[in-house]
Design a protein around this ligand. Structure first.
Ligand code: HEM
Ligand code: HEM
Length: 430
């Protein structure tokens, strides 16, 4: 580094000052837009707020280290109280620059649902070691501490920014002989109202404002539907007007006989083929969310002609949930949602089947989810072709009846109670 100059900050200090200043103003504006963290937009803005906040932490530590090694230029020409006020403001700023990210980090680490932090959607960022694993009561204490201090530091930041900018402007606009702005924006001429440096700072502030106000962060996405082997068969469509009894063309084989006349089906065990899907659909703040469970098994004993002896049990691995957003997927197994630690599996056992129409049935049984067992009916369509069966069914269940969504997530204004569950599978006779 060149020998330190007495009339201005070093270039490193200047670059860090303006980067940190822009990021802090951005943080405050983003925070004002976050309001409701339970909406998809609030969630996405909070993810960005966390990312920028952690960036500020690193920049500020770098700034502090640089400052300790490279003391700032001496303050000359200021009166005693001006110097004292500037010192207090600067120290206060360091408390804010480091304290805000730390309290924010504590707050999210102690959150009821441990939403993981992916900086800028890419870099995994841990929770404060020790806090996320604490018992709920201790966690609440940390959460409140983090929240309260984040809020108080925010008030402090508003005050300091007001004082700091007022001080810089006063010297720049009214004190011709005191180059203060020039120490942080070299070249600025004190006493000049439309100094290009000052205009650049004002322009920069407007850009940050517009960015924070109009930014549309990518909202958490939905799980892309897993490609299925039987998508070509739309079983949910109205029954195709397919003539079961083919026109009696000359020489038509009796194989074309109506299904009703086919030989009774034996009671068989069925193996679920790969490509079968177990999905669900809901909405969050009006935005459609589709998800699926990637790991589940089904034990199927079924014959359309021996419904009374048929039985199906499905076991679903809760942790295999996918909704298209890594951060959301990591939080869904937490205690506020599925509580996978205590209830790693959900099960559906159906032992009563009714035929409701041509290739249409309803399976009645019990769903156990998050430790709660409730009756559930699953209407489905089934087509058996030799040793291959294709089935699809859709039902709706009330997530609140199973305690999926605790605390503030119990409310159904953002995420409705009714969740549509759909199964599509192909199976082969064992
Ligand atoms: C809003 C976020 C801001 C923060 C957190 C901030 C923080 C700081 C800090 C900590 C210092 C002491 C020097 C250092 O260690 O870097 C400083 C100095 C300075 N800042 Fe800011 N600043 C902010 C915004 C601004 C703005 C908007 C202006 C101009 C309008 C400005 C003008 C200055 C000037 C001229 C100095 C040098 C003061 C001197 O030592 O004579 N700052 N700032
Ligand atoms: C320089 C860094 C930061 C600044 C200036 C800042 C500023 C703010 C402000 C002004 C608020 C609104 C406070 C209120 O009135 O309630 C806020 C809220 C919030 N901040 Fe930060 N923040 C920073 C860093 C962080 C970090 C690093 C995180 C997390 C890792 C974080 C997480 C949050 C959360 C979750 C809220 C919402 C709290 C609530 O539920 O009301 N912040 N932040």
């Amino acid at each position: 580094m060149p020998a330190s100059r007495l009339d201005r900050y070093s270039t490193v200090a200047i670059v860090l000052h303006w980067l940190i200043a822009a990021a802090i103003v951005l943080q405050i504006l983003l925070a004002w837009r976050m309001d409701d963290l339970h909406t998809p937009l609030g969630f996405a803005l909070t993810q960005l707020h966390k990312s920028v906040g952690i960036t500020v932490l690193f920049l500020s530590l770098a700034r502090l280290g640089w400052r300790l090694a490279n003391p700032p230029p001496p303050m000359v020409g200021l009166t005693g109280w001006e110097r004292a006020l500037a010192h207090i403001t600067h120290i206060g700023f360091y408390v804010i620059m480091i304290g805000m990210p730390l309290t924010g980090w504590i707050m999210v680490s102690a959150s009821r649902i441990a939403i993981p932090t992916l900086l800028y959607g890419v870099i995994p960022w841990p929770h404060v070691p020790g806090i996320a694993e604490l018992a709920p009561a201790a966690k609440t204490g940390w959460r409140e501490f983090g929240h309260e201090s984040h809020e108080w530091l925010a008030y402090g930041a508003y005050l300091l920014i007001g004082l700091h900018v007022a001080g810089a402007l006063k010297h720049q606009l009214f004190d011709r002989d005191q180059p203060v702005l020039a120490r942080m924006a070299p070249g600025a001429k004190p006493g000049r109202w439309f100094d290009p440096r000052l205009l650049a700072i004002a322009g920069g502030a407007l850009v940050v404002l517009a960015f924070a106000e109009f930014l549309k962060p990518p909202l958490p996405a939905s799980a892309p539907a897993a490609p299925t082997a039987h998508d070509e068969m739309e079983m949910d469509e109205a029954p195709a007007a397919k003539p079961a009894s083919a026109a009696p063309a000359a020489g038509a084989a009796p194989a074309a006989a109506p299904a009703a006349m086919a030989a009774p089906q034996p009671l068989s065990h069925w193996a679920v083929a790969p490509g079968s899907t177990l999905g669900f659909a809901t909405t969050w703040g009006g935005q459609a969310i589709e998800g699926r469970f990637d790991t589940w098994t089904a034990d199927i004993t079924f014959s359309p002609d021996q419904l009374d002896k048929s039985k199906v049990s499905v076991s679903i691995d809760i942790a295999s949930i996918k909704t298209g957003d890594a951060q959301r997927d990591d939080s869904l197994p937490s205690a506020d949602w599925f509580d996978a630690a205590s209830h790693p599996k959900a099960t559906f056992v159906a032992d009563r089947f009714e035929k409701t129409g041509e290739e249409r049935y309803v399976a009645k049984g019990k769903l156990t989810l998050r430790g709660v067992t409730k009756p559930l009916s699953l209407p489905f369509r089934l087509k058996i072709d030799g040793d291959k069966a294709r089935m699809s069914g859709v039902t709706t269940l009330d997530r609140t009846a199973f305690g999926v969504g605790q605390g503030e997530w119990q409310a159904t204004d953002q995420i409705p109670a009714g969740v549509k569950v759909s199964v599509k599978l192909t199976a082969t006779r064992k």
